[in-house]
Write a protein that binds this ligand. Sequence first.
Ligand code: HSE
Length: 467
Amino acid sequence: MAPKESEIAGGYKGVSRATTEKHMKQKINVGIIGLGTVGSGAFRILRDNAELIRHRVGVPVEVTKIAVRDATRDRGVAIPAGVLTTNPSQVIDDPNIDIVIELIGGYEPARELILAAIARGKHVVTANKALLAADGAEIHEAARRAGVSIGYEASVGGGIPVIKALKEALAANRILSIYGIINGTSNYILTKMTEEERSFADVLAEAQRAGYAEADPTFDVGGIDTAHKLAILVNLAFGAHVNLKDIYTEGITLISPLDIDFGKVLGYKLKLLAIAKMHEGGQAEARVHPTMVPDDYPIAKVAGVYNAIQIVGNACDDIMLYGRGAGSMPTGSAVVADVMDIARRQILIEPSRRAQPPLLELPAGNATSDAALALQPMESIVSLYYFRFMALDQPGVLAQISGILGRHRISIAQMIQRGRKQGGSVPLVIMTHKALERDIQKALVEIKSLSCITEDPILIRVEGEEP
Ligand code: HSE
């Protein structure tokens, strides 16, 4: 039977009335640092859904302080008088604030503020993927020592509840692999390039004008944002920290409509994928790069700004979570859910009944080791590959290229040569069977040096079955 509201507010059945009353809080006070896109979404949800949130948490959840850089800026939300401050210490040092929501992003001062909040015994909710990917171990350890929680559902996949899924719903599984489209900006650009046959630069410029892409899109289109999010997912899925620098990361800046078009002909869609795999024997892979995905795979159909994360567990098999990976209200929804969860599981419950350490910090896997997970070096991964060479259209070219591939144990599965230009170069596309990355890179160096090759070759990794 579901607990009555009074039971939730005062603790659970079986807790003595004296203990319950001593511990009972009448309200959860929240401080927000940073009122940008996500902060204003979270604020709106806490305001507009206040009654529903009060009912589900058991007591009201109120934003009592918000620290911003510029208090005069219009953010489209009315903030009650006395709540805004330009000094984040007023949030961190306020003894009445139970939960600090950090939404300024970046490394510093976010890291310092989060650690200061933890040191003052406050629970923290954050969307800061860059910080968690780099310093998550330190932050989680500080929180563990202080007995507080870090909620970070909003750091990966915006409104998609992937963190909770890994921590709780999939906790009975050994996670075998993760495939993610977890950067909306890149997916939007690739989708437009695919549908409208336009260049990367052209679509990026349009996305920036429309406000879909940041003025500085380096993290998004360079794959770095995706790598940050993948590091967080891998921590949970494989139960160990990864060093960000060990995640091979390649963005979409060199993708041309020509390769997207050849992909279509061969039955593939081009996506920026975050890939993590745990092989039998404990070898783990984590990488981010443009990937050709078979057209009929569900993840190939994820278009525009949408995100999706496909997870394969040894018991649940194949699942896919899909939704909006960014935006004010979807990401705000993840932030507020963490606030509600922490309020119920950590604050409104009698201390002796709390999970120790707080359930929210427990990765799904083995969290006992401090050592970073050793990832397979990129050169030892095995994949299918797509090559595009621009080569002079003359006798013997194909023989030279296929000879080099053969010497490096790379077997050709399909080949396309299109167009014939008098004296000019033509695209030569080759799909391989499974090959070792080290062999592929060695072969590329040799092929590049052939006098018939007129441009740097294009190499794209391919997922799916052998062609
Ligand atoms: N910049 C990210 C994206 C959203 O384009 O998906 C925030 O994580």
